[in-house]
Write a protein that binds this ligand. Structure first.
Ligand code: NAD
Length: 293
């Protein structure tokens, strides 16, 4: 079954979707990239081209590999454009109702033997699978950000995921050169169950005035040897995604220790979502990032 994955679809061409398309095309797979508008897919293609060119400049890949990878990616604005894919990975916003609607529309046109996956950071794979016509061929394939650089992918089985689907997903991920960590289907899985409460606590530290943005990030970089400060990392992930993950943890585990920090809620309500909107805990509109608090 694993050998059958030759063509993949990616729904949502934001920072994660374009990264998944990038690594899959470099690994020789045909990729169909989808988003809500042609503008979004166009800007994703420009990002992929820029990131591939950077890899050429660093001599990680050849110019020929860049051209071939780009040639393997096509775009579509419709679900019909994904109908003959062997595997479709949903990587749209971290909102359950949006993902459920995508799966509903996708399954209506997707060939029955195809596997459907979600790159969700936190939402129950079993619950998402139940919104499809093929829970046995549904799986969580959770990539890390930025996809071309990060080694890990978490694989999460829903209650109904069959062995053939798990094996095919594992072989697909291995083909991309990634290492697999298997997680049970619990809110936020392994990495985000540990990482997001730490980030949320850093935001509480800011909210309570224990330290300012620079002090908190410097403390964790220099005092705990984290490569990025937690607030810088939150901006990188996207504050909307951080909030959605905390909400899933809070609701799913029903424990007040996961309560999203009100300051995180405020930033999201302001539309200050981090790097992708140019403003979050830092303002990225100038030459160098400036703390917003
Ligand atoms: N940001 C991270 O660090 C990270 C890491 C791992 C997994 N994820 C997960 O990946 C997914 C995407 O996150 P992202 O950071 O790429 O977000 P993003 O905001 O960069 O991109 C989301 C994209 O989804 C598109 N979209 C929204 N509704 C859609 C629909 N109905 N059909 C098709 N496309 C639609 C948006 O237009 C946007 O381009 C989320 O589930 C997130 O939890 C994120």
């Amino acid at each position: 079954m694993a050998a059958m994955i030759k063509k993949i679809g990616v729904i949502g061409s934001g920072q994660m979707g374009n990264g998944i398309a990038h690594v899959a095309a470099l690994a020789g797979l045909d990729v169909v990239l989808n988003d809500v508008s042609s503008d979004r897919v166009k800007s994703a293609m420009a990002t992929i081209n820029g990131n591939l060119s950077r890899q050429v400049a660093k001599k990680i890949i050849t110019e020929d590999a860049r051209k071939q990878a780009l040639g393997r990616i096509v775009s579509t604005e419709t679900m019909e454009g994904l109908s003959d894919c062997d595997l479709v990975i949903e990587s749209a916003v971290e909102k359950e109702e949006i993902k459920r609607k995508i799966f509903h529309d996708l399954c209506a046109v997707l060939k029955p033997e195809a596997i459907v996956a979600s790159n969700t950071s936190s939402i129950s794979i079993t619950r998402l699978a139940a919104s499809t016509d093929r829970p046995e061929r549904f799986i969580g394939i959770h990539f890390m950000n930025p996809v071309p650089l990060m080694e890990l992918v978490e694989l999460i089985r829903g209650i109904a995921t069959d062995d053939a689907t798990f094996d095919a997903a594992k072989e697909f991920v291995t083909r991309l050169g990634k290492q697999v960590a298997v997680s049970e289907d619990f809110p936020a899985f392994i990495v985000n169950r540990i990482l997001l409460p730490m980030i949320n606590e850093a935001i509480y530290t800011l909210y309570e005035g224990v330290g300012n943005v620079e002090a908190i990030d410097a403390a964790m970089k220099l005092g705990a040897h984290h490569p990025m400060g937690p607030l810088e990392l939150a901006d990188f992930i996207g504050l909307d995604t951080c909030l959605s993950i905390m909400q899933v943890l809070h609701e799913g585990l029903a424990d007040s220790k996961y309560r999203p920090c009100p300051l995180l809620v405020k930033y999201v309500e302001a539309g200050w979502l981090g790097r992708k909107t140019q403003r979050g805990f830092y303002d990225y509109r100038g030459d160098k990032p400036v703390p917003t608090r």
